[in-house]
Design a protein around this ligand. Structure first.
Ligand code: KG4
Ligand code: ZN
Length: 366
């Protein structure tokens, strides 16, 4: 069978087609039209602009994702992100999916965006005891069982630690009390004039540290917020304030090479602070809930330092007894392949929605 996934929760218009054949789940087409450049001009996402662009791009993206396929004959089900996200953006994908489902008379499933991010690592991982096997790439666990798993979902809008008892059964055990991790990256980058989106910009600067033949007069040190709070919650707003004041203090009168060096040092220390907290809390949660696997997902999962540090710590603390699953880079930031994937499990469970009744829900909970 083939399932069409549609995703428009934020600033990416995305559609993907996945084919499930016997034991294999394969992504046939994964098309993403990013609005990054448009929003970069404003230093962040402008919801009104995002929605208009989604409307312009939706059919083009759909056409590309279904190239060579006959929608009526070849597509067996439609999955769409129904929330959480920007309501004006979500509505474009939801209304498109509803229209297709009605016109083509196909079953429709509504996908939670966080669930799609959480499961994205499994697209390329075999799932034991499941009806189908998924092409193997990044399974590192010596244990056969995947669940319970502890999944860190870190994106521009969300930061949650989720206990995955099995696919479809989730418990949020920790979350941010203010800014999301990606939002913190974006705000820190804005303070230093590194542009939008901030995550990749900060990560690129951080890798330039240390600078050969350059001596920093002082080293900045940022707090690791809530590191020892005893729970699995996060707070990044204070970190943003810390970076703002330190940046104002140290960057004044600096230009050229000196200013560049300062950006590199700030980026490295900021990234280390965020990664330390995220990794510390995820490992603690994995320990508490006796996780068999640690999973990572969301746009910030594209961060190399986070991927590597979490992988190393899972190995260090659990010595091969706990697996680590991280999505391919293309399935970290928003995409519709992960929506088709999460949607397929809803399809298997018979969790269909009435296309005449489905509404986008900006606050949809797991
Ligand atoms: O999952 P996503 O595409 O959208 C939301 O659901 O929010 O995540 C986007 C976020 C942005 O905040 C972006 O700065 C961050 O992911 N991001 C990164 C990296 N690549 C994207 N953050 C840190 N390091 C990266 N390499
Ligand atoms: Zn996302």
């Amino acid at each position: 069978m083939k399932i069409l996934g549609i995703e428009t929760s934020c600033d990416e218009t995305a559609a993907a087609v996945a084919e499930i054949r016997n034991t294999k789940f394969e992504i046939l087409n994964n098309v993403i039209a990013s609005q990054e450049k448009i929003h970069a001009k404003f230093g962040g996402i402008v919801p009104e602009v995002a929605a208009r662009k989604h409307i312009e791009m939706m059919l083009l993206v759909l056409e590309k994702a279904t190239v060579g396929l006959n929608l009526k004959k070849d597509i067996d089900a439609i999955a769409v992100t129904a929330g959480p996200g920007l309501v004006t953006s979500l509505t474009v994908g939801v209304e498109t999916a509803k229209t297709l489902a009605i016109a083509l008379n196909k079953p429709l499933v509504a996908v939670n965006h966080i669930e799609a991010h959480a499961l994205a690592g499994l697209i390329t991982t075999p799932i034991p005891n499941f009806k189908f096997q998924i092409s193997n790439q990044c399974q590192s666990s010596k244990s056969k069982a995947l669940f319970p798993a502890v999944c860190l979902v870190v994106s521009g809008g969300h930061t949650q630690i989720i206990l995955v008892e099995k696919i479809g059964k989730y418990k949020v055990v920790g979350e941010t009390l203010d800014d999301a991790a990606g939002e913190a990256f974006d705000k820190a980058a804005k303070i230093m004039g590194l542009g939008y989106p901030g995550g990749p910009a900060i990560a690129a600067r951080a890798t330039q540290f240390p600078i050969s033949n350059f001596q920093f007069p002082i080293m900045v040190k940022f707090p690791r917020p809530m590191m020892n709070s005893g729970d699995f919650n996060f707070s990044f707003a204070g970190l943003k304030t810390a970076i703002l004041y330190k940046w104002k203090e140290l960057s004044k009168d600096k230009k050229g090479k000196e200013l560049d060096a300062l950006k590199i040092m700030f980026a490295k220390e900021f990234q280390d602070a965020v990664v330390d907290v995220m990794v510390g809390k995820t490992i603690a949660a994995a320990e508490k809930f006796h996780a068999k696997t640690v999973m990572l997902g969301g746009g910030v999962a594209a961060n190399k330092a986070l991927r590597e540090t979490l992988a190393n710590n899972v190995e260090k603390y659990f010595g091969g007894k706990v697996g680590f699953i991280v999505p391919d880079l293309k399935y970290c930031t928003d995409n519709a392949a992960m929506v088709a994937f999460a949607g397929y499990f809803k399809f298997l469970a018979g969790k269909f929605v009435d296309p005449f009744k489905l509404r986008a829900d900006p606050n949809l909970e797991l």
